[in-house]
Write a protein that binds this ligand. Structure first.
Ligand code: BG6
Length: 527
């Protein structure tokens, strides 16, 4: 990924603020030009997430003047490295990830430092504190710090506790303490109990406003757009309810398998990996009531109401509402690929689901009785995340005397990724002397008519964290509500794994298990 150094982020800030006359109205003020200097401490700095996502995002932002001045980046890890060796490994990773322009590397590298640490040694956190204070004297950042936990989830609690004990979570106006923030990535626990335990440790050391729980889906442009589409247009909202909508579909289909993550995936499975986080967020954004203001707390409140209104999953009737699958061998892009059980690191006979489609209901005034189909799976025919709003048929057809076929209902599809487009299908008259209708689709691509730069998801997440904006992050009540909704489904998965029953095998490269095809047809436009 080459940083596009021609795309000045300051200019972007102007574009987003709407202060540039050519952009016009409709843009909110961003915090880009109000960011305070800070230090970003990355735990797990020698790991995959840091090298593949965080450092490329920071480098791009830095090259495009998108980060505050000064910025200090401190990598922490168990591997013994000095600053120079750390910088060299990051340079290599940037090149491997596709960066070709290293013009601003020398300046960026000057902001990079490394601290070797044992995560369970209190003394190392004290050393870290001293090191940060020393750095602050040469590059003053007002003691503002972000602690980014790019480490396995089992380390979240011990690191948070040690940061607290070392006084690094304290906020205050002293020279050594500005603000302090901690960033954790999903999974937030593996069930309700572990999520509340993790939260207790985080809250014993940090306050809620200091905690940033990342879900990278929320930073996708197309996901951010859901609220804009719904509440900045008058034409959709009056129809956005049980009176006009037949069903809603939310899909995250992937061609990839589990890659090299068997250790993690065997424990997680599709429900913990995709549903407890990304799918639930897409559901909430699609279903929520208009928040009173476009601000984090108000949006989170409305999401919470959706989660609270989810009709509890009836385990006795689960086969009617849930289909679980696991990929077998198959063909992807013309290449044979192994089945899940043959992936390196997967237990022989594993019954971990890699596919799920569920039908659920939201018991509230707006949605009562409307089925929401949520589907996600690995090794499917194509990569596509989308939200389908299927409208009801016209109540009465005045064309019934002349038309043989029923009139297909309207359909709105919000493409999330990689098809970043909105499409609306409606009926028109076929040109010519015969009376017949045909469905046509109007398409809008998000980048149509837009010349400016776009932020990659991790760039957006990092900037929001620096700016202290929680809008695109999870709040703990949402985490707990979704775990509790999904608990019975996780129990079904456990039973499946013990008995291997009801876990349908599907060939890689298709649309999931045959039993799921009727639902998948509703969602994927496949015949
Ligand atoms: C991650 C999951 O959170 O999201 C992965 O752990 C999944 O298993 C990925 O592949 C999908 O993200 P995206 O942005 O490619 O749809």
């Amino acid at each position: 990924m080459a940083p596009d150094t021609n795309r000045p982020l300051q200019a972007e800030a102007v574009a987003i603020t709407g202060r540039a006359p050519e952009v016009g109205a409709g843009c909110a003020l961003t915090a880009t030009d109000r960011f305070a200097p800070c230090t970003i401490v990355i735990f797990g700095a020698t790991g995959d997430l840091a090298h593949r996502k965080l450092i490329p995002a920071l480098y791009n932002l830095f090259c495009n003047h998108g980060l505050p001045e000064p910025i200090t980046i401190v990598g922490c890890g168990r591997t013994a490295l000095d600053h120079a060796a750390f910088r060299a490994t990051l340079h290599e990773s940037l090149a491997r990830e596709g960066t070709t322009d290293f013009d601003c590397w020398p300046e960026f590298a000057a902001s990079l430092h490394y601290q070797t640490m044992a995560y369970d040694a209190a003394v190392d956190y004290e050393k870290l504190g001293h090191f940060l204070a020393d750095l602050d004297r040469s590059r003053p950042t007002g003691g503002n710090r972000i602690f980014y936990l790019a480490v396995p989830p089992a380390l979240y609690s011990p690191i948070a506790a040690h940061l607290g004990q070392a006084g690094l979570a304290k906020e205050g106006p002293s020279a050594d303490n500005g603000w302090a923030r901690i960033v954790v990535e999903k999974p937030f626990g593996r069930d309700l109990d572990s999520a509340t335990t993790l939260d207790r440790v985080l809250h014993a050391n940090f306050q809620e406003h200091q905690i940033f729980r990342i879900d990278h889906y929320l930073a996708k442009e197309t996901v951010q757009n859901i609220l804009m589409l719904r509440f900045a247009n008058a034409i959709f909202e009056p129809l956005w309810n049980r009176g006009y909508i037949d069903y809603v579909g939310i899909v995250a289909a992937e061609k990839l398998g589990i890659e090299h993550r068997a250790g993690y995936y065997e424990e997680a499975g599709i429900i913990r990996d995709m549903f407890q986080n990304h799918m639930m967020q897409l559901l909430a954004l699609t279903a929520l009531e208009p928040p009173s203001h476009f601000e984090a707390a108000r949006v989170q409140d409305e999401k919470g109401k959706v989660f609270r209104s989810l009709k509890p999953f009836e385990v006795e009737h689960w086969p009617e509402n849930l289909i679980l699958g696991q990929y077998g061998p198959g063909i992807i892009d013309g290449r044979p690929v192994p089945g899940y059980r043959d992936e390196p690191g997967v237990r022989p006979g594993s019954a971990t689901p890699t596919f799920a489609v569920m039908r659920l209901f939201i018991d509230n005034w707006r949605w009562r009785g409307v089925p929401f189909y949520l589907a996600s799976g690995k090794r499917l025919a194509r990569k596509e995340s989308r939200i389908v709003i299927q409208f009801k048929n016209v109540p009465h057809s005045m064309f019934r005397n002349v038309l043989v076929e029923a009139i297909a209902a309207n359909r709105l599809v919000l493409g999330i990724h990689p098809q970043e487009e909105i499409s609306l299908t409606f009926q028109t008259k076929n040109p010519g002397d015969r009376e017949c209708l045909r469905p046509v689709t109007m398409r809008f691509n998000y980048y149509q008519g837009y010349q400016g730069p776009a932020l990659a998801a991790y760039e957006k997440v990092l900037l929001d964290c620096i700016g202290g904006d929680h809008l695109l992050f999870w709040r703990q009540d949402g985490v707990e509500l979704t775990w509790s909704f999904l608990s019975p489904i996780l129990e079904v998965c456990e039973v499946c794994s013990m008995t291997d029953q009801r876990l349908h095998t599907y060939p890689a490269g298709g649309y999931g298990p045959a039993a799921a095809h009727p639902w998948m047809r509703l969602l994927m436009d496949e015949k």
